[in-house]
Design a protein around this ligand. Sequence first.
Ligand SMILES: [Zn+2]
Length: 321
Amino acid sequence: MFLSEVPKSLLLAFAIPLGLVFGSFLNVVIYRLPRGENIAYPGSACPGCGAPIPAYHNIPVLSWLVLRGKASCCGARIGARYPLVELLGGLAAFAIVEAVLPRLADDTSVLLGVLVFALHLALSLGLIAAAFIDLEHLFLPDEITLGGAALGLLSTWPRDDVSWTDSLLGAAIGFAIIWVPFDLVYRRLRGRPGMGLGDAKLLLLAGAWFGWPGALFVLFAGATQGTLVTLALLVSQGQLKEPPALAEQREELQRAIDEAEGEEREALLREQAADPLAQEAEAGLGQARIAFGPFLVLACLEYQLFGPWITSTYHAWMMGL
Ligand SMILES: [Zn+2]
């Protein structure tokens, strides 16, 4: 049986609930991955008191609405981020069925179609998690950037939208366009990296999935979107604030240093000196700490869903010049 023979309503009826449930799991990833905790075990726990969440209170979006954003165990407030991430999971699944699967050839088998859907859903979910982690902690976990890049390199055959060599070339170019100018040059000039290596690894992922044109789009669209949002924040707030989690991490490290003695203290002091985020942000725009990852992620998702349209529009525009 061919994928093109399955009614779209049936595909959506399976895909959207699946996306919502994985979105719920994504909340666990966003909380635990940057804290170095096990993602798979134990199951969902209350962020307020740590009590396990029973399945009937863990229904995506609905539970949050029914419980009015409060944990059933201890009444702790559950932020709107939780249902938002769940919704994004469902939306990603919907968008993949609508925008990515129709690109497959008419004689694609159902099995291959399901595989392509799963690969793209894994990409979308990983990117969404990376964006929220970067917003809160100002870093992109290797598990997502490098893991996602490996998935892109290994999945060129089922995806059938980029050749293996283009994927490899795209990954190399994607990494180099951020690493060379920003890490090598900028660090030499100013003594600190302008963008983290995490951003370069995210471009490596983009190149592995979409080839070098996709990596270039992600860089330019990400930079444009990032600049616009940063300007909007500057105009509306008058300044750029760093995420509150950073100040907490700094205080935690300082407390650990104050309590430690001898070699342990030396090691912690070295860690503090090596990490630019462990120091208080300096005043001034050039030193502002902005997460660039979420904007690169947004551009990645745009290219994932609308890549063929973006490239054909670009070519038509170039021909017109
Ligand atoms: Zn609780």
